[in-house]
Design a protein around this ligand. Sequence first.
Ligand SMILES: Nc1nc2c(c(=O)[nH]1)N[C@H]1C(S)=C(S)[C@@H](COP(=O)(O)OP(=O)(O)OC[C@H]3O[C@@H](n4cnc5c(=O)[nH]c(N)nc54)[C@H](O)[C@@H]3O)O[C@H]1N2
Ligand SMILES: Nc1nc2c(c(=O)[nH]1)N[C@H]1C(S)=C(S)[C@@H](COP(=O)(O)OP(=O)(O)OC[C@H]3O[C@@H](n4cnc5c(=O)[nH]c(N)nc54)[C@H](O)[C@@H]3O)O[C@H]1N2
Ligand SMILES: [Mo]
Length: 768
Amino acid sequence: MEDTPHFEPYTDSAGGWGSLKAVTSHLIRERIPIVGVQALMKQNKPGGFGCVSCAWAKPEHPHPAEFCENGAKATAWELTAKRLPAEFFLKHSVTELLTWSDHALEEGGRLTVPMRWDAGRDRYIEVTWEEAFAGIGSELKALHAQEPASVVFYASGRASLESSYMYQLLARLYGNNNLPDSSNMCHESTSVALPETIGTPVGTVRLEDFDHCDAIFIFGQNTGVSSPRMLHQLQDARKRGVPIVTFNPLRERGLEEFVNPQSPTEMLTPAHTRISTQYLQVKNGGDLGALTGMCKALLAADDKARDEGRSRVLDMAFIAEHTEGFDGFAASVRKTPWAEIERESGLARAQLEAAATTFANAKAVIGIYGMGLTQHRKGVENVQMVCNLLLLGGHIGKLGAGICPVRGHSNVQGQRTVGITEKPELAPLDKLAALYGFEPPHEKGLNTVETCEGVLAGRVRAFIGFGGNFVRAVPDSERLEPAWRELQLTVHIATKLNRSHLVHGKASYLLPCKGRIEIDRQASGEQTVALEDSTGVMHASRGVAEPAAASLLSEPAIVAGIAKASLPQNTKVPWDAWVADYALVREHIAQVFPETFHDFNSRLAAPGGFPRPAPARQRVWKTKNGKANFKGYGNLRADPDTPETGPDVLRLMTLRSDDQFNTTIYSLDDRFRGVYGTRRVLLMNRDDIERLGLTEGTQVDVSSAVDDGHARTVHAMRVTGYDIPLGCVAGYYPECNPLIPLSHYAERSKVPAAKAIPVRLHPRVPSS
Ligand SMILES: Nc1nc2c(c(=O)[nH]1)N[C@H]1C(S)=C(S)[C@@H](COP(=O)(O)OP(=O)(O)OC[C@H]3O[C@@H](n4cnc5c(=O)[nH]c(N)nc54)[C@H](O)[C@@H]3O)O[C@H]1N2
Ligand SMILES: Nc1nc2c(c(=O)[nH]1)N[C@H]1C(S)=C(S)[C@@H](COP(=O)(O)OP(=O)(O)OC[C@H]3O[C@@H](n4cnc5c(=O)[nH]c(N)nc54)[C@H](O)[C@@H]3O)O[C@H]1N2
Ligand SMILES: [Mo]
């Protein structure tokens, strides 16, 4: 694809004809046969498959077509008619493929045969599955003899509950808790914040709450792109007159208006639903300020109501009975001056007071958030401030209310639920010990950032990637690449080729797997797998399409293959029986996690699935003190440690376009933001462009304004005028990842702070 940029503001609603057109052209581009179109009709339905795109809730009573534009694209991308056979790799050396773009690599189609990197020829060459497992097994055994903790087992969030359970067991039987997950770059801020405040690692909102809420607040979540099926819930709520208040530096199209592409009346009339009733363009990193401002306005309104003898604005009975820390929180908020709130948030007091009034008038409020809150130095505090706000009104543990972190990958939450975690205290180690008769490792394992540190330091010697594109998804991606090549072993279980497969270790294997949409036939027949959605509901998923190649193995079969080749014999782990019948894996999951998964197999068969236990929904707080806690308030600064480095420093947020799924780039267009034919843009406030003496359309080099001895630059980014707050700039992920210092992460969760990177712009130095 050529980089031929043009810019054209998008004036249509999200959804509508634009959405249908995008889906159709995508299906054609991927040469999707009719079976693929039929497959779409089974997406997110009982008896069908769970979408491989986002993790948004799947309703018990689905729409006739329960998929969105981006879900359809993800399905087409997996069911593509294009293939990368062994001959492709004979034609193209790894060194050559390293010059290809992310888009070009994946665009080639599905991987078909297991491969090993051949150093002499610098090519991936076909091997048999037996050879692949034997080769991986001998490398892993040799590393184990030196240091069992030198191997990392990464998971990207898409694999099923069954294969994820098997994968965590593989790591622990091998001898470490090095189980980083894409969640470490994503919602780990949630998993640290919520247990302290409300005693649960996940959100409290279920789909039914959307039918009963009377206000919705959305912080840093791009619904129209990242979880478009949620627009149905937002639209229904709007039709009931529910106000929606959005905090986002950019005016994202899907948060402004929506036309349901599945409604003939809406498609044939000019009807659209306005989504946000108030849109606050907060500075990126300004949410602590904005939330403090709202809380300050609510406290003032409550004081006034009390003094005038009217009914209170805050839910004082709830606060007294259920919470701890209110007085300290209220005192801190009261003493924070409005000037500071306005400066940090970039919003006016009157705007925040208006948002507070909407909040105060509602009996049941839902708070939704995404990466705009979690990927910050204060990511944990951001999440806790949303909780604090909700607690003021008693909006947790009642119908129509709650906190709703919107997860990313389709089973990322579920992977954590079945034990993929580097934190041993979160895994049922004694149950695993008893069931499988071994001593599980108790030392803390490596998360994503620590894995990168370990690779740089030479402590990590091998990396197994269970899906994903780790090398591209992590911060400081360019600085890290040379270190990856020093690893002894890299193994990737994948559907499509990506750069992580090419930046490989001394020994390297590429293991192609079936996708979830494909029929998975094993000894006991066609298999079903299970997934957990963003609202904590477990669903069955069953493949509907023929696999891309007969040589593909399923994910459970690959995990079992690696395990059997690498671990000492353990007759208590029935790897082969598990692969033959996934229901047996579910029986083990039920034994190890009985509270969540009792009667797993029978409950999974119910339409709509079954929910995990949610004590906070019943106002049972599984925190240390048994209360809901006000936490994480005080300092409003997004990055308290970065010194003010002058007016030329801008704050960069890295974003997804409308036409990508993480590092999978479907095209160079971002329709909703009006950017076409390029991803090398820097969206800037026009006053900043003028102030810095730049002109729109020129290309600049961008460097991080972090002085740690490492130069970090991304070249040739096109300056593009955009409606974005002063001092803030936006660029695309993963192109901007070389700018994020590895040390720039959320203090308490280690989620890379990808939404607020201090940068400077420079005249472009043409690369040689
Ligand atoms: N189509 C599609 N769907 C996806 C994905 C995809 O790549 N493509 N990725 C999946 C994954 S893994 C994830 S985690 C989710 C991610 O989905 P989101 O949580 O929506 O994440 P982003 O798209 O990175 O950015 C979120 C929004 O935050 C805003 N923002 C940035 N900084 C700030 C800030 O400081 N404050 C506030 N209030 N807002 C801010 C941005 O303008 C953007 O609208 O989506 C999942 N779904
Ligand atoms: N700057 C910046 N960096 C970010 C982010 C950001 O907002 N800004 N977001 C972060 C977030 S939220 C996340 S979740 C991470 C994502 O990081 P990852 O999860 O590591 O990356 P993905 O791009 O989702 O992985 C894509 C690859 O997964 C493989 N794959 C696809 N389907 C399957 C399957 O069914 N099975 C297997 N085994 N493999 C499959 C394909 O080979 C594909 O190339 O990136 C993070 N990095
Ligand atoms: Mo994510």
